[in-house]
Each structure stands twice: as C-alpha cells, then as structure tokens.
Design a binder for this molecule. Structure first.
Ligand code: DP6
Length: 346
C-alpha cells in the first residue's frame, strides 16, 4: 500500500522584510517580518508526499521533474521534525501504520520560474511541510507547522496561511517562539492586487541566505534597521492593514524595501539586487502616484531585480496603463490577485 497526500502552498511577498539571522542553524531572524500572500491561481507550489513499506532507498524529492538534493541540513531538519511527530503519534496509538519508518517520495511543481527572486523557496518548503504533515495526519496547526517550515527557509513560515501574515522573531534561544501568525485573512482587504514585473527570470546573483549573513557581519546601517526601522514599520504596517489604509500600507512597503536595499548597499563588499529596469519601475510608481495626486501604487523588491507592485482593484486601469512602456523592456510580467483563500488542504 502506498500512502499519499497532496497540497498547494502560495507565494508570499514581504512588505516588511526578513533580512538577517541571529541563529543560522535554527534559522532564527534578527527581526520580525510581514507579508502579503499571492493568489494560488497564479503562483503556487503543488506537492505530493507519499510513503510505503515497499519503497526502498532514501527519501527523495523530484522538483519540476528533476531529482533534487535533499541532503542539506535545512531540508533534513524538516524531514526529521515531521517524522518525530509522526513517531510520537504511532507510539501513543500502536494501531497506526508505522509511516515514520518508511522512505518518503516527494514530488513538487512550481507554476512560476524557480529561483527568480519570486520566493520559490517559501512556497516550496511550506508545501513540503504541509504535504508531509497531511500524509502523517499530524494534528499540528499552521502556526505550529510554521516552526518546522521556518527551518527549511525563513520566509516559508509565512506561506502556511493565506492573507496578511506576520513572522514574529521571538526571543527564545531554542526558536520555539519564532513562528508565523495571521494578521488578517485575504477577505479582510479583497481589493488588494499585486503586479509582478519579471525583470529577469535568470537565477539571482547572491542568494538571500549568504547575502543576509554578509549584511549582518559588515553593515553598520543594519543595526539601525533592526533596532529602530523594522519595529516601527511592523507597528505601522499592522495598523495600515487593520484599517485598510492603502496610503500608509504603501509608504511603509516602499520605505521598508528601500531600507533593506540600503543595508545591502552598505554591506561590504556591497550587494546590488536592483538593476536599471528595477529603478525604472520605482520611478514609474512615483510618477503614477504624483499623477494621481494620491498614493495608488507601492513597489517592493526582494533579493533580485523583479518588482512587485501592490495596488487596489479600483486603480487597476491607472496602474497597469502607466506600466505599459516599462513592460515593453522587461522579460515579461504577470498580474496576480493578492486575494487568495487560505492554503488548500486535503
Ligand atoms: C528578501 O527566506 O530565502 O525575500 O531563511 O536563508 O532561506 P533563508 O532566506 P529566505 O530570505 C528571504 C529574504 C527576502 C525578504 C523576505 O521574504 O522577508
């Protein structure tokens, strides 16, 4: 008998960025962060986990049809934690099949370019953890599973929910309080939209894991960011979301992206994720807002040149129209509704 479970997990794009680890092994951050979940109709990872006593060999992962290396410490930590939880259930109820002793086969597919700065590791690890949790019939809540997904990739802990999600940095050394929670469901602000400007689908230069470690080690500006800038931005952002205050949401989003990229430039040697097309996108957003006489669009950039623009549905014509000239210079673009439901479970 083969036991099997599938799930999908969405992509999230941070509006207050995670950048910096206080513990690289447990993947504990130097600051809290907050993200908006994108619609799974547009961007998602679909993962199926299966196991069987008839499977031989080690655990395996097929990612977009290619065998993927799962020997890394972070992936191993996810497998180990999930197995331990299943083993505890089996110990408490001896009539359960001993799934924890069988090899796992994971098959995972993204419907967007991997490693293009579109947070593929977030959706990937969230789907991996949720699929195995479903296979093992674990009773853990999304918040509890976020503790495991976090160890795969920090941003993944925010992809176990839909809507507006905060990752609280926590204080404990063992990381047991460094987990995600739901700030508001997508239905709270259904007019929110995201335009994804794929400036380059090529693999990014400096990975976020290594980039943030260089920033922590060398940037003076970074200290200011984690002690003053981010705590203020988290409070302002939660307030903006609760009140559906787009102007405030937008200003904090843009300022936080700028602050994050400033610490990258202050890293020694410096790290540059944005290119000339990225900068043209910033100027386009500024021009749109100036023309509208109010804030109708906000840009944000992760560890790559791709731009995500948040706007509200009522401003779609203004925002999309203004982007037409710069879309001609980018490799492609994708409009995604940011109003998805929560992660679909089996
Ligand atoms: C710029 O979650 O990819 O996208 O924990 O090392 O896997 P690891 O890092 P990762 O970093 C994401 C950085 C970011 C900001 C964010 O998503 O908050």
């Amino acid at each position: 008998k083969v036991y099997r479970a599938s799930t999908t997990a969405p992509v999230n794009i941070a509006v207050v960025k995670y950048w910096g680890k206080r513990d690289a092994k447990l993947n504990l951050p130097t600051n809290s962060s907050l993200s908006v979940t994108l619609s799974q109709n547009d961007l998602r990872t679909l993962t199926t986990a299966s196991c069987s006593s008839t499977y031989t060999g080690d655990d395996s992962l097929l990612l977009n049809g290619e065998p993927s290396d799962i020997s890394g410490a972070r992936t191993q930590a996810c497998f180990r934690e999930l197995r331990a939880r299943r083993a505890a259930l089996e110990a408490a109820n001896t009539s359960l099949p001993k799934l924890s002793t069988f090899p796992l086969k994971i098959v995972s597919e993204n419907n967007f370019p991997t490693a293009a700065g579109l947070a593929s590791s977030a959706a990937g690890f969230a789907a991996l953890v949720q699929a195995i949790a479903n296979l093992y019939e674990l009773p853990d809540s999304p918040a509890e599973l976020s503790l495991i997904a976090r160890q795969g990739s920090g941003s993944a802990c925010r992809s176990l929910f839909g809507g507006y999600v905060a990752w609280r940095m926590g204080e404990k050394e063992d990381g047991s309080d460094s987990m995600a929670d739901l700030v508001a469901p997508a239905s709270h602000w259904p007019s929110m939209r995201a335009l994804i400007l794929v400036v380059s689908a090529a693999k990014k230069g400096v990975s976020s894991t290594s980039g943030m470690q260089q920033t922590v080690a060398t940037s003076g500006l970074f200290k200011e960011r984690i002690t003053t800038v981010v705590p203020a931005n988290m409070a302002l952002m939660e307030d903006a979301i609760k009140n559906r205050n787009f102007a405030q949401f937008a200003e904090v989003t843009m300022r936080d992206s700028n602050s994050f990229h400033a610490t990258c430039a202050d890293t020694y040697p410096p790290i540059f994720y944005m290119n000339d097309v990225s900068k043209a996108a910033i100027r386009a957003v500024e021009a749109i807002n100036a023309q509208a006489g109010k804030t109708v669009a906000a840009y944000t950039f992760d560890a790559g040149p791709n731009c995500v623009v948040y706007y509200q549905e009522e401003d779609a014509a203004t925002v999309l129209g203004a982007f037409a000239p710069i879309l001609a210079t980018a490799e492609g673009w994708k409009e995604a509704s940011a109003t998805n439901s929560t992660v679909k479970l089996d």
